[in-house]
Design a protein. Sequence first.
Length: 255
Amino acid sequence: MIVVLFPSSKDIDSKKCRRESELIANEMVRKINLVKKVNVACGIGRIYFEISELRKSFEEAREALLYSEKSGRTVHFDDSEIFIKANVFEYPMNREREFIESIRAGNTDKIIGTYNEICSLVFGNKYEFESIKEYLLQLLSIIKRTMLEMGIEPAKIGSFGKISETGNLTREDELKSWFEMVTNSLCSAVEEFKESKENLTAAKIFDFINMNYTKNISLDTLAQEFALSTQYISKIFKDEYGRNFIDYLTEKRMG
């Protein structure tokens, strides 16, 4: 895969920039074919002006590349003829996997980031409203199943993102607001579960020390016992007692 960046400025005409990028892309394909007859596919992402959004443009170009391979021509991400054939919904599977993985990891920043990417793909491609709603309800089901597998209480899971809430939604902005609310509630539940789990782990570690402080134990002992890194265990001591493991153990033995 070859990645090409087209420089632009905020005062540039987006349509003109798109046409120029397509011309350049087509010329690149032509020249490659002059050197060697190979099948070349080319996808183009949207224009963004912040370096933090560079990845978004890359992901769009990669999505467009899939359609380029099928159609045999250069494809821009906004090309409605390619992306909206009979309003067929394209599932953002890669983003969905990242979304679920970030839930399992308890990474709320990643949850929000992936949520924004999914919204860009789902709400930015002029799909039929009912197709978008159907997909988000399927995603909601996967989210709740993942939370259940993590051990989050069913009552907490059932307290948000109810299917009945979508019954009266008739516009995309309403559906998007509902999905944002679901994501915010999800982040709160994940944060609460993560904190509860960390507190439980800390309690187990201190119980273990209280029962074994007369023995030859170390951070490595705790790491092996609880399948955690020594760095994470050290952080627990700092957060809970404001001191390191050695100081805590020494004080325990002297007390």
